[in-house]
Design a protein around this ligand. Structure first.
Ligand code: 5GP
Length: 207
């Protein structure tokens, strides 16, 4: 079996990908809440907030965090099994639906690999919104539902066949599209200087 190719990416690479991606996210989605999927989405969400800062109002976006971990099944997976394979390690709390309702919520993660994590995050957050809507009169629900938007930003999207989908029309932004390589992120590194040296070497083989 061919060995999986590793690409090391640096903090600066990630910072610059987010800087480049943010203007179109601001123009096309204009989030008012960032939901970071931990742990890989924490640093990207914090950097994105810097670039989303409103220059006139100096408004700082709120970042909320959820923790998800992928529990791999032995036999591969179907769409129905996805919910069982992603484990919640942290969620938004009892007022999740209230927090999300009426907002443009941008889910932020470092990488979209099989897409199972993003699928799970989006569908569970939407369930929280539906739960919250039950406390409103039926006549108000539809307009509140359509005022609540979800979008996705990932630093890297792997161009490969995905094991889960996002609903059609979900605003989706990626800092960079890559092949089916394994990305080594700087926050996973014990020796950051060595990591950066290796990252430069990896880049020379990418061209
Ligand atoms: P998914 O397969 O659900 O899209 O991604 C699940 C998780 O697997 C990601 O959030 C990330 O933590 C991890 N993952 C997937 N691909 C990579 C990769 O290339 N590098 C690293 N470091 N983690 C990855």
């Amino acid at each position: 079996m061919a060995e999986v190719q590793h690409w090391r990416v640096t903090y600066n690479d990630i910072h610059n990908l987010i800087r480049q991606a943010t203007p179109s996210i601001a123009a096309q989605f204009n989030p008012d809440l960032l939901i970071a999927i931990g742990g890989g989405g924490f640093f990207p969400a914090r950097v994105m907030r810097t670039f989303l800062r409103d220059e006139t109002t100096n408004k700082t976006l709120q970042i909320q965090a959820i923790g998800l971990s992928l529990y791999e099944s032995v036999e591969g997976s179907t769409a129905e099994q996805i919910g069982n394979e992603v484990i919640r390690t942290q969620w938004l709390g009892p007022d999740s639906g209230k927090l999300l309702l009426g907002k443009r919520n941008l889910i932020v993660d470092e990488v979209d690999d099989t897409r199972k994590t993003l699928h799970y995050a989006l569908s569970e957050l939407k369930k929280d919104v539906e739960q919250e809507l039950l406390s409103y009169p039926e006549s108000e629900r539809e307009s509140l539902r359509s005022a609540t938007k979800f979008g996705v930003f990932v630093v890297h999207n792997k161009l490969k066949s995905k094991l889960a989908d996002l609903p059609d029309g979900t605003p989706y932004f990626a800092g960079e599209e890559v092949g089916d390589v394994w990305l080594d992120y700087p926050w996973e590194s014990i020796n950051i200087e060595e990591h950066d040296v290796q990252a430069a070497a990896d880049k020379s083989t990418r061209q």
